[in-house]
Design a protein around this ligand. Structure first.
Ligand SMILES: Nc1ncnc2c1ncn2[C@@H]1O[C@H](COP(=O)(O)OP(=O)(O)OP(=O)(O)O)[C@@H](O)[C@H]1O
Ligand SMILES: [Mg+2]
Length: 260
């Protein structure tokens, strides 16, 4: 469904952000994407969403190359934008409609779908947004904005859902909803996270971006979580001093999670 081959990508004026990335994602596969700050998680998700295109190598979605030419094909782009969606790390970037209702309805309206009102009501109920449907998105809290952004992409019934740190600003109940959604949905999903304690709930396959923009790991999530050398090398686990009762000692930690 998604196929990257030897992809390099660099932002202008910066060293290569992604280097020689090859991977394929099968329909329905649930993958988590790990990596330290600045390792290129958001960049990779933007690339999968067609917002940037590979400098070298190729990205194919359902067999078709995603490049500047295909992104200029309006009909294809329309299909791609409905089927492959991205929840941004900072969802403010996505919200521009006067009300939450308009925001969620925007995609289906553009696609000319019928019964938009019912669809909006369904997703508003799913995410507990009904009480704030008439509010202006910019007046909402960070977590509320994230849920509005989530509703506005899931309403499109996408085949591929890319989520950039969705759990960072969601409360535990909303994260629980997200985990249930991921268990139920047939969509192919890639979720980036720093939250190692949640990683195994978000997916079964794990990609770790290491130094120099290369993939340091691609495999099942369990072994990756137990591989402290991998996690430390990729700056996902760290050593710091801390206290247990009266004593003080140092051992290796994952963020919000520890191995022993
Ligand atoms: N729009 C941009 N223009 C130029 N450089 C960028 C842009 N976005 C990201 N970068 C650079 O690309 C590199 C990777 O950034 P990216 O946002 O993909 O990392 P990340 O893994 O998502 O980090 P974080 O955990 O902090 O979200 C960084 O060096 C960053 O400065
Ligand atoms: Mg990021």
């Amino acid at each position: 469904m998604i196929e990257l081959q030897g992809v390099d990508f660099g932002w202008p004026d910066s060293r290569e952000t992604l280097k020689d990335i090859s991977l394929s994602l099968a329909p329905g596969e649930k993958t988590i994407l790990l990596g330290a700050n600045g390792s290129g998680k958001s960049t990779l998700l933007k690339l999968l969403n067609g917002l940037v295109t590979p400098g070298r190598g190729s990205y194919r979605y359902e067999g078709r190359a995603i490049d500047k030419a295909s992104m200029a094909d309006r009909q294809w782009l329309r299909r791609f934008r409905q089927e492959v969606v991205l929840l941004f790390q900072h969802p403010e970037a996505m919200l521009f409609n006067p009300t939450v209702r308009d925001e969620i309805a925007y995609g289906p309206q553009r696609l000319g779908w019928t019964n938009t009102d019912e669809r909006v009501a369904y997703w508003a109920d799913q995410l507990g947004l009904r009480p704030i449907l008439d509010k202006a998105p910019f007046t909402l809290s960070g977590g509320q904005k994230q849920k509005v952004a989530l509703a506005s992409i899931l309403i499109l019934e996408p085949k591929v859902v890319l989520m950039d740190e969705p759990s960072a600003s969601l409360d535990p109940r909303s994260v629980g909803w997200l985990v249930d959604f991921l268990l139920d949905t047939e969509a192919t999903v890639v979720v980036s996270t720093h939250n190692l304690s949640m990683a195994a709930e978000f997916g079964t396959r794990c990609l770790v971006l290491g130094e120099n923009g290369r993939l340091a790991y691609d495999g099942p999530v369990g072994p990756a979580m137990r591989d402290m050398q991998l996690l430390e090398r990729c700056n996902l686990a760290h050593r710091h001093r801390h206290r247990h009762g009266a004593g003080e000692h140092t051992h290796l930690h994952g963020h919000e999670w520890e191995s022993s």
